[in-house]
Design a protein around this ligand. Structure first.
Ligand code: SF4
Length: 188
């Protein structure tokens, strides 16, 4: 498994690593979810309140040592190009699922996170029944209470990539030795 090659194949733009111990988990971010600007709050198992409290999210992530943060940038026609943004988001989520599926045979104990909710099923089972595809549903970084702008800086990647470009972020959370194996390099 060559994760660097996989990133190239699915159109990942940048990636970088941070210690999970250094990530700030903020109730303020959760409060932004609750305002529901993205219209994903309470819609799927990948967003709050299904994700549990911010403290529970922090514990789930900090069980692991490292977070590999990655991004995809999508060109838009202009800053009002909503259709372009939605198509870009779909493309990004597909790539995140492809990355998760490729990684799973090598490291089963890890967590994949992505931007915003889960678009896998036409209608989510939340809250009436369990998730249909728990291995493919990826929790939202923002829903976990993470400031994505801060996270990008910690991982050494761009949060903003210029005018008329939207950038989506995902993350693989795992132990350092597993990440070294996937990247084929030593990490600090
Ligand atoms: S995989 Fe389906 S059931 Fe599970 S969170 Fe996503 S949309 Fe909902």
């Amino acid at each position: 498994m060559n994760l660097k090659q996989m990133f190239k194949d699915v159109g990942i733009f940048q990636y970088g690593v941070t210690d999970t111990a250094e990530i700030r988990f903020a109730q303020e971010v959760r409060a932004m979810c609750e305002v529901n600007t993205c219209r994903q709050y309470g819609k799927t198992w990948a967003c709050p309140p299904a994700l549990g409290s911010v403290e529970e999210c922090r514990e789930r992530i900090q069980r692991f040592q490292k977070m590999l943060v990655f991004s995809m940038k999508i060109d838009l026609e202009d800053s009002f190009d909503y259709e372009g943004m939605m198509a870009g988001m779909k493309q990004f989520k597909k790539s995140c699922r492809a990355i998760g599926a490729a990684i799973r045979p090598y490291i089963r104990d890890c967590l994949m996170l992505s931007n915003e909710g889960c678009d896998l099923c036409e209608k989510c089972t939340y809250p009436d029944a369990a998730c249909r595809f728990p291995e493919q549903s990826q929790g939202s970084l923002e829903g976990y209470g993470v400031f994505v702008s801060e996270l990008a800086k910690q991982a050494g990647i761009n949060y903003i990539n210029g005018p008329n470009i939207v950038t989506y972020f995902g993350a693989l959370v795992c132990q350092a030795s597993d990440l070294e194996q996937l990247l084929g390099q030593t990490i600090e």
